[in-house]
Design a protein around this ligand. Structure first.
Ligand code: PMV
Length: 325
């Protein structure tokens, strides 16, 4: 949803305006990990994601009479100073792109709980880019920019955010991002939150550190090969093969974390235990959810629509003891 309001009271008299945009998060099944150019977030390998339409960030931009942009910290949003600085510097990049020098009050709110280990950088940078593109084209009289251009700009703020502009599946390689049609337009999503602390290693830092792993030089080849295999499995609707490829893929990324020169790990004993339970479930039933993990102590599950009852059973049984969202 996007809308523009003229602000009432003082703002209205001075003709100040407000814009609002929303964008979804996304979940990579082939992971973006490592950059060839960190200044503009060019990835070392292609990635492939499912867009999580139900997890969104709403960003609003309000014109203010001020020298510089201001961040409005909502009570429910706890962002570190460096995260706020990164967000605001992305707004500055967009203003430079449009040649605009005025200031904004920036607000951002997620429709999912804060501080529970769910990354919001993809949805928040995508929402900020959408909102600023709308506001700045209107304020400068410059033509509106296409979704592809918005995604390219958003990528420079947060790499994975470029995939959030496309539904339901997105493929990103180099400067190219595109929507992908699959026989699975709608999946059900569940996330098991094990450790809800803020991550000790930011994703930018993870992208840097993995390059020192002895397995990194061949990482791109492995990701590309899995991408080809996953596409085949999706087209053939071979769900068990999709599960195996996705499992190997996130495990590969986590092995890079554990084998770099400053190693770090999200594969805690509890995470390993839940993963083993999920593997045992698959072995017993010959069916189950796709399983993946990003850079955090959370396990994401994707189910086909016909697995709705299984999703509820897993939540109440196997995952009964955990915080599931
Ligand atoms: O876009 P970033 O810099 O937050 O990196 C995201 C990295 C992963 O979430 C671990 C993988 C991915 O492709 O989303």
């Amino acid at each position: 949803m996007q809308r523009k309001n003229q602000v009432k009271g003082d703002g209205f008299e001075r003709g100040l305006m407000k814009w609002e945009s929303q964008a979804p998060s996304n979940l990579a099944l082939i992971k973006y990990m490592g950059k060839t150019d960190a200044s503009i977030n060019l990835p070392s390998n292609p990635s492939f994601s499912y867009t999580l339409k139900h997890l969104t960030t709403t960003v609003s931009l309000e014109q203010i009479d001020s020298e510089k942009d201001e961040w409005h910290s909502a009570e429910s949003v706890t962002l570190s100073a460096s995260s706020v600085a990164r967000f605001m510097s992305h707004l500055e990049r967009l203003k430079v792109y449009f040649g605009y020098t005025g200031a904004f009050l920036v607000k951002s709110v997620n429709n999912f709980p804060q501080g529970v280990g769910l990354a919001s950088s993809a949805s928040s940078f995508a929402a900020l880019t959408k909102c600023a593109a709308m506001a700045l084209s209107e304020l400068t009289g410059k033509p509106a920019i296409s979704i592809d251009e918005q995604a390219a700009l958003s990528r420079k703020g947060s790499g994975s955010s470029c995939r959030s502009f496309y539904e339901s599946w997105a493929y990103w390689e180099g400067v190219q991002v595109e929507r992908v049609d699959t026989p699975y337009p709608e999946l059900l999503h569940q996330v098991i939150l094990i450790n809800q602390q803020e991550k000790a290693v930011s994703s930018s830092e993870a992208h840097r550190r993995v390059q020192t792993s002895p397995d990194f030089s061949t990482r791109s080849l492995r990701a590309q090969s899995r991408l080809t295999q996953l596409n085949e499995a999706i087209q053939e609707q071979d769900w068990p093969r999709m599960y195996r490829i996705c499992f190997d893929e996130f495990w590969d990324m986590h092995q890079l974390f554990e084998t770099c020169t400053q190693p770090f790990s999200y594969l805690s004993p509890t995470i390993k235990q839940v993963l083993s339970q999920l593997q045992a479930f698959w072995k017993q039933k010959g069916d189950g959810p796709l399983v993946t993990m990003d850079a955090g102590e959370a396990i994401h599950l994707l189910y086909r629509p016909d697995q709705k009852a299984m999703m509820q059973d897993i939540r109440q049984g196997l995952l009964g003891a955990y915080h599931v969202f």
